[in-house]
Design a protein around this ligand. Structure first.
Ligand code: SAM
Length: 387
């Protein structure tokens, strides 16, 4: 496909997303119909779409409108490319710009340039202080691709060496002992021997660093209360010799976990909600709770625009409820571990804070944050103990 044809395809996908389709589904639907598109074309269209979704407000200002076409005009202008070069109508490219489009668009205002809904900015300022602007800016750009090396099976240095022989260039990430940031060959990862053998997994560096900050004694009974695909438990189980239990309100979310655990060489018992009381008490319960995901919005940019004040309030209610339920499953000396990939105080310090009422009696606590930056996503981790 020509560069213009890729932009034309991105316009079609963006229009479908703007009508409410999830971006991944819209891209898959387009790719199914576009048999002529090779893997390079699909990756380029995907980059256009996700780039525009991360910068929806500023590209819309620059492009002079809110549809896919205006967003792609804005995207080109943001890169300093004259849209007339791409919008030629030649080689399946988009039609030339009209006079209105040529004269349209404006330099984004300060608020538009942040690429956040206005109501969220006070939450950024209140939660991040002087780092608010840098965080909003980081969320406008693509996230790094990071691998977690399975420490049970291979060292980081050996993994780096074997990956490089498969054409995958990486660098070690400081602050996360098993993390390798992929610098080249991203598209070769899923086909690489190391990935297929379970020696490396895709996992953000901040999630890895947070799991590394958890220390548990050998043989401890540990429940991952919101296990989902099990990425956090797998990271813990790669370092620590404990009895692992995984639970999720939606059992189907854990479908792939047994196979992933087997590949990683660890055993994790899946639990239904009805079994938990009988399996309790646990020495530690990890609650990697559902949240706004604001620390990961560069990976899932639609969520940035879909979040509402009501949903944010609802999420904090769910988070407190999960903490209360998890606390009831712990041994008297057990540790309650709370994690989110949110940057908001409201979902982090405020939920585990003494005044929240979510964990009465759990008055000893430590909190730690990871910022959204070139190394990894935003992440929050708290440990709580009873007095
Ligand atoms: C942030 S995701 C967990 C990601 C997972 N720990 C991982 O590392 O891949 C949150 C999970 O919480 C689950 N969940 C939502 N409400 C819940 C509840 N009330 N109790 C337990 N799990 C819940 C969701 O189904 C979702 O899988």
């Amino acid at each position: 496909m020509t560069p213009g044809a890729r932009v034309a395809a991105a316009i079609v996908v963006l229009d479908s997303v703007l009508e409410g389709a999830p971006a991944e589904r819209a891209l898959t639907n387009w790719a199914r119909a576009a048999r002529y598109a090779g893997s390079g074309d699909r990756a380029a269209v995907r980059d256009h779409v996700f780039g525009a979704l991360r910068c929806l407000r500023s590209f819309s200002a620059l492009g002079g409108g809110g549809d896919g076409r205006a967003l792609m005009i804005g995207s080109l202008r943001a890169q300093g490319i004259d849209p007339d070069i791409v919008f030629t109508g030649q080689g399946h490219g988009p039609a030339p710009l009209s006079d209105i489009e040529k004269g349209g668009g404006h330099t984004p205002s300060e608020a538009e340039a942040r690429d956040l809904p206005d109501w969220l900015w006070p939450y950024f300022e209140a939660s991040l202080g002087p780092k608010a602007a840098a965080t909003a800016e980081a969320l406008r750009h693509r996230a790094p691709v990071t691998l977690r090396v399975n420490a049970r099976r291979i060292t980081r240095e050996a993994a780096q060496d074997r990956l490089s022989r498969e054409g995958i260039g990486t660098r070690a990430v400081e602050g996360a002992s098993f993390a390798l940031q992929v610098l080249e060959g991203v598209r070769k990862i899923s086909r690489s021997m190391l990935y297929r053998e379970g020696l490396v997994e895709l996992q953000d560096a901040s999630s890895q660093a947070a799991m590394e900050a958890i220390a548990l004694p050998e043989g401890a009974r540990v429940l991952d209360y919101c296990a989902g695909g099990g990425g956090k438990t797998l990271a813990l189980a790669a370092r620590l010799d404990c009895d692992w239990f995984a639970h999720d309100a939606e059992l189907r979310r854990m479908t792939d976990l047994p196979a992933r655990a087997a590949r990683a060489g660890v055993h994790i018992r899946l639990c239904d909600t009805r079994e938990l009381d009988a399996l309790a008490p646990f020495d530690a319960v990890l609650c990697d709770v559902p949240c706004s995901g604001s620390g990961t919005w560069r990976r899932a940019p639609q969520a940035k625009w879909a979040l509402t004040p009501d949903r944010l309030r609802e999420l904090t209610g769910i988070q407190k409820d999960i903490l209360r339920r998890a606390a009831a499953l712990l041994a008297p000396t057990g540790v309650l571990i709370y994690a989110t990939c949110s940057v908001f105080r409201l979902e982090n310090e405020d939920v585990v804070g003494k005044a929240s009422g979510a964990a009465p009696g759990w008055s000893r606590r430590t909190c730690r944050r990871w910022q959204v930056d070139a190394e990894g996503d935003g992440f929050f981790l708290a440990h709580l103990w009873r007095e």
